[in-house]
Design a protein around this ligand. Structure first.
Ligand code: NAD
Length: 251
């Protein structure tokens, strides 16, 4: 019940799926959680489910002005930031091959999935340093390791998150910032996004059969990995990749 006691943690995109499960688990383990999302009703619902030690702020993670406002607000209200989960992301329309993808779609996916993570690290690290150190978890994907013909921009964006995470990790470590940075790589998880890439029962069954462990992951399966990386239990871990995928990346 107290693996992250006393920590202030910001979870982006916490109005749904993995972000919501993560915010709830972090709060249950003693953190004060700042829930942000572009989806106000979803974010408010997460805060209500937590029932204390959480508050909601509307934030578009692709916008630098939103990051400045959120971080200033945290400094004014909580006075510190110890953890940041860059979880907000979109998959875009399914399927989208490199031949059908439009430039507008490509840019939108990269603006949220990559620029959003970059801005989170850029604006999160200084306040974490001021707070005596911290831990950043960036949500990448199994897609960072494999070709994703039906999600071309999404796969590219998650590959970028995987690489950028290591850059932040090494830069912070070498500069003595006491800020760790790791990426988490979910396989197929049953969330609104996960359901969006399996348009019918037949497709769902085909995907299920491709998972060595025999079933889809739940948002909580990812939340437990994030909890570990945010907690001090992982104090010697930075720049690593935590794959949580039922074995898909091992075949
Ligand atoms: N579900 C999966 O199978 C799966 C697999 C691999 C990686 N992931 C990654 O995990 C993360 C969470 O995915 P999920 O499955 O919970 O998705 P989800 O769609 O259930 O939730 C994503 C949340 O992010 C929010 N969001 C979208 N754009 C935003 C923006 N610009 N600013 C702030 N919030 C924004 C949405 O409103 C939503 O509440 C994503 O980064 C996703 O790419 C998911």
């Amino acid at each position: 019940m107290s693996r992250v006691a006393g920590k202030v943690v910001l979870v982006t995109g916490a109005g749904s799926g993995i972000g919501r499960a993560t915010a709830k688990l972090l709060a249950a383990e003693g953190a004060t959680v700042i829930v942000t999302d572009v989806n106000r009703p979803g974010g408010m619902e997460t805060v209500q489910q937590i029932g204390g030690r959480a508050r909601f702020e509307e934030q578009d993670t692709s916008k630098e002005a939103d990051w400045k406002r959120i971080i200033d607000d945290i400094l004014a209200r909580e006075g510190r930031l110890n953890g940041l989960v860059n979880n907000a992301g979109i998959a875009g329309p399914f399927p989208s091959t490199f031949e059908s993808e439009t430039v507008e779609q490509w840019q939108r996916i990269l603006a949220i999935n990559v620029q959003g993570v970059f801005l989170g690290c850029k604006h999160g690290v200084p306040v974490m340093r001021q707070s005596g150190g911290g831990s950043i978890v960036n949500l990448s994907s199994l897609a960072a390791f494999l070709g994703t013909p039906d999600l071309s921009a999404y796969g590219a964006s998650k590959g970028a998150v995987r690489q950028f995470t290591k850059t932040v990790a090494i830069d912070c470590a070498r500069k003595g910032y006491k800020v760790r940075c790791n990426s988490v790589h979910p396989g197929v998880i049953l969330t609104p996004m996960g359901a969006g890439i399996m348009p019918n029962d037949k497709a769902k069954e085909r995907v299920r059969r491709s998972i060595p462990i025999g079933d889809f992951g739940a948002p909580e399966d990812i939340a437990y990995g994030i909890l570990y990386l945010i907690s001090d239990e992982s104090r010697f871990i930075t720049g690593t990749e935590l794959v949580i995928d039922g074995g898909m990346n091992a075949i």
